[in-house]
Design a protein around this ligand. Sequence first.
Ligand code: MN
Length: 728
Amino acid sequence: MDVEYTIDMLIQKILTDDKQYDLSKIIGAYEFAAKAHEGQKRSSGQPYIIHPLAVAYILLELGMDTDTICGAMLHDVVEDTPTTLEEVRKKFGADVAMLVDGVTKLNQVPMFNKEEQQAENVRKMLLAMSKDIRVIIIKLADRLHNMRTLNFRPGIKQRNTAHETMNIYAPIAHRLGMRGIKEELEDLSFHYLDPFAYSEIEHILELKKKEREEFITSIKETIAARFQDQDFVNPPQIDGRVKSIYSIYKKMFVSHKSIEEIYDRYAVRIIVSNIGECYNALGLVHDMFRPIPNRFKDYIANPKANMYQSLHTTVLGKKGIPFEIQIRTWEMHATAEYGIAAHWKYKEGIQRSDKMDKRLAWIRQVIEAQQTSDDVEEIVRIIKTDLAPEEIVVMTPGGDSISLPVDSTVIDFAYRIHTQIGHKTVAAKVDGKIVPLDYKLSTGEVCEIITSNEQDKGPNRSWLNIAKTNEAKSKIRLWFKKTCREENIVSGKAELEREFRHHKIRIPEEDLEEFLADDLKRHNCSTLDDFYASIGYGGVLLSKIIQRLRDKYNKLYNTSDEETETSLIKPVHKITSGIVLDKIDDLTVKFAQCCSPLPGDEIVGFVTRGHGISVHTVNCTNYQAALKRNDPEELARWMEVQWTDSKQTAMQTGIEVVALDRIGLVLDICTVLTEQRIPIIHSSSRILKNGNALFEATITIAGTDQFKSVVEKIKRIKGVMSVERARV
Ligand code: MN
């Protein structure tokens, strides 16, 4: 079903475009590529040149410049033909050669191969991006065409490519604001990842097509009639918008909604001439239709991190059918549709170089953030989480807006402003009031960081648990890496010994270095001390390697697996699930991550805003700091709490979670269990036939209430579809 692209189609498109293209250079690149690829075929059986032509065409539609089109035409010649980069440089100049080189390097780095290599690969990709963003734009177009023609590839290849596209390329397209490319990549991947769900939604949409079209047409007419006698510079453009299949799927399955419950299933977009008109149009719309409370979002005043701007509101139409309205200017529209590519498409006329800088700054941030990380899962998580659309916008006292991922704390905010501010943070005020450092910020809040004057003031290790962004975590780790080698060695050694004890690994001192040799090499450590230091600052995560070490130990020292298995299951009798609050009973209780109190510790509670009570140890630095500040208003929020004298018999139960497969899923579930202080006795996960993930665990639970609350919490995890109690 792929279009047979020809150079004539491309030339036609260039001639009808009002941009100044160097046609002869583009034709030259085409002829050069056609000759180089001569005789080669695509999996579809078509001549290979179809592919570079298609990629060039996609980029032309995006409005990219001559060099990018030439780069696209030549993007596979160095990799797949005897042509050298030098030849490309001689014929087409340094810029085109640099683009081809960038794409070639990206192609040589498959994202989902061996774990150790993956980190390096993603890093290379980001480096290529930061050098010249056009490299990744070519790569996205390349991927788009490969996805469009994926049906010619073998089944396993389809799944892997679709997976990679969904996890890496679609989020990058989103981050660069390229909506059209992002949605098409998502829909195509989704089609291969879950063909059933895809065709089901496609089918429903088809059934309702007529109904939808009639509804949207009548809304458009109603709005247009009302706008007619108003003062608009130009008549506003009103379009009906079709939601992508994947975005409907996400809303249906992730938030357990039926298609009728998806408010923005019907959507209308209004494009006007200037910002003032956006708000005028909004007023008129709200006058015509009843707005649904809490569904209004002003992304003009608070742009998303990918620079997206619009007003969003959901209103009730005829027969009470809700629909979404987006209102924006033409410039915002260009940014929303083409994202970073709008920079080339509308080079003249629209001032956007500072926006471009902001986007590129993000890429630099990601690269910096992962310089200290050898952990693939973390890097992929950076791309996914730091790219996630869920963002908050927090203000500095000076009125600058800072966007951060949802759940970011004041620590993240401090590090985002400046590394040194992060390191020297001692306290923070939100909207003028002192808050604990693990306070989770929300959109619209003004956050002020109070720093210490001490020269060598540094972060606290516990901040690694408080920080949400990888940027902050990496900076904290880096500080410990740089400043506290001795301490890192000591704490790293202690941590390793503790883990070994826990897993019954007993290695004689003199054999240890040899036993760990592989891991030393893997993490670029030349001595045991280096390795300890890496554990100490968090560069090496023991939880990630301990399983392998245990297997190795069992093999080498011939401990039977059975013995280790049983030793892992520790009898749990005393579960201190509840704590008694001095005055108030019915509040949710969570354990502060800064000091992680355990049963038996002396504890105090802090009344958070809307998140129940957070329990700290009496020795916690946050509590001690509060005592020192002696601010009566703040002190009033600390209260006495005690552990229950719990002799409840704990019981074991099984739990089964079915969810959309994604990276980090198991981690998220385990985090919930750990946060609730629920011991996991055994767990496993696998992929079901339909592509969903099944996570099974045996846990120790204090009673049905606790079980219910855990189920509720797990259900809130992204992608989770069902949580059931199961036999042990
Ligand atoms: Mn290609």
